[in-house]
Design a protein around this ligand. Structure first.
Ligand code: ADP
Ligand code: MG
Length: 378
């Protein structure tokens, strides 16, 4: 990863101009990388528009870093292509791609001042001194670091050092900035604050960013679109809202919202709805219309925040509130239904929350019920 820091001044780099705001910034086609038997990335494809903030989200080992490193040029794909601003970069050396990087480790030069660190990519490119001074000043100001230019990295907090690393990536306006868990080493409060700042800078400057995290909240806060990754595969690449409201796989439903799952089969369709007979409770669950054949064995997913507790007999099943935990603005309730082996998780606004021991009917808006043909885990 340190390759960025050993680029020699003689190397010719991409010109660093921004692509047009409407154009395609980057496309990746069928990118694949294996390590022996391990398929780290399996035919990943995506198109990212200029000005988009895209996040790779997935558990550890799902292939996020490998995908990013192939885009950066630090890792050679087995097959597939990477195009940036219309140029094929698949086999180009990292320093010739002209992309910006921010890693979890700040990788600042300890012997250089903040200004010198930020100036470094411009110095490499032979930009005139006055121009460097101007652009470094501007960039430090954007990141709230004016006045810190003369300090050494060790005289800064972790959050400030990460801002300097961000400035160094921003200063030459690369067409795409890549960030791998850049806030991973910081505490929660600072992380939240920097998330907001990164998003603000990205929007203000119209930057194209590809960001890696395993933190779903971080991904939701920052991203225009999220690629949910699992075992080297992109499960779904969509807006946060689509991922949450219309997950395409049970995995995505669970990963983004910790959905409740119920099994059953499609009993019939009406014009607008699909009616599901539930296995565990025998109840009838109404979902928005899905194109699934009658009789299909399915899994239904509903987010805890989309279930409501009503009077016994209401909704698709009745059960007993086992736990009701007050967590500030809402109450988390566990409702035991059916013959006792299903525990539904509900999140309801505090004040209207059910209490332990109460019998309740559980309801869901058909719009909030997602059905998946049950193929038994892929
Ligand atoms: P993530 O960033 O999502 O945690 P990675 O892209 O680092 O995942 O890793 C994806 C898979 O590839 C993992 O199974 C990991 O062990 C494997 N892997 C990554 N880099 C190497 C490597 N240099 N050598 C062998 N296996 C690797
Ligand atoms: Mg990683």
């Amino acid at each position: 990863m340190a390759e960025f820091d050993v680029v020699t001044p003689s190397v010719k780099v991409a010109d660093g101009t921004l692509p047009t705001a409407t154009g395609k910034a980057l496309s990746v086609v069928a990118l694949r990388k294996t390590y022996g038997d391990v398929v780290a990335v399996d035919e990943a494809s995506m198109e990212i528009a200029a000005g988009e903030f895209v996040t790779f989200l997935g558990a550890s080992g799902s292939g996020k870093t490998t995908t990013l490193m192939m885009i950066a040029g630090f890792c050679e794909p087995d097959s597939g292509t990477i195009t940036v601003g219309g140029r094929d970069m698949t086999r180009l050396a990292p320093q010739k791609r002209g992309l910006g990087f921010v890693f979890q480790q700040y990788l600042l030069f300890p012997h250089m001042t903040v200004s010198e660190n930020v100036a470094f990519p411009l110095t490499l490119r032979g930009v005139p001194k006055d121009e460097i001074r101007r652009r470094v000043g501007e960039t430090l100001e954007i990141a709230g670091l004016s006045g810190f230019g003369g300090r050494k990295p060790r005289e800064l907090s972790g959050g400030q050092q990460q801002r300097v690393a961000l400035c160094r990536a921003l200063v030459y306006r690369p067409p795409v900035i890549l960030m791998d868990e850049p806030l991973g080493a910081l505490d929660k409060k600072l992380r939240d604050q920097l998330q907001v700042e990164i998003k603000a800078i990205q929007q203000e400057l119209g930057l194209t960013v590809i960001y890696v995290t395993h933190d779903q909240e971080e991904a939701l806060v920052l991203s225009d679109r999220i690629a949910v990754m699992r075992n080297g595969l992109i499960e779904q690449f969509d807006t946060p809202r689509e991922l949450f409201e219309r997950p395409r796989t049970p995995f995505v439903a669970d990963f983004l919202g910790a959905a409740n799952f119920l099994s059953g089969h499609v009993e019939k369709h009406t014009d607008e709805h699909t009616l599901v007979r539930l296995d565990e409770t025998g109840g009838l669950l109404k979902a928005r219309r899905h194109e699934l054949a009658t009789g299909t064995q399915i899994k239904a997913a509903v987010q805890p925040g989309r279930l409501r507790a009503g009077a016994p007999g209401d909704g698709f099943c009745t059960g007993t509130v086992e736990t009701a935990t007050y967590v500030g603005t809402l109450v988390r309730a566990g409702v035991r239904v059916g013959s006792g082996d299903v525990l539904l998780r509900l999140e309801v606004p505090a004040g209207r929350g059910p209490v332990a021991g109460e019998r309740v009917g559980v309801t869901a808006d058909p719009e909030d019920v997602n059905l998946f043909a049950d193929e038994r885990e892929r």
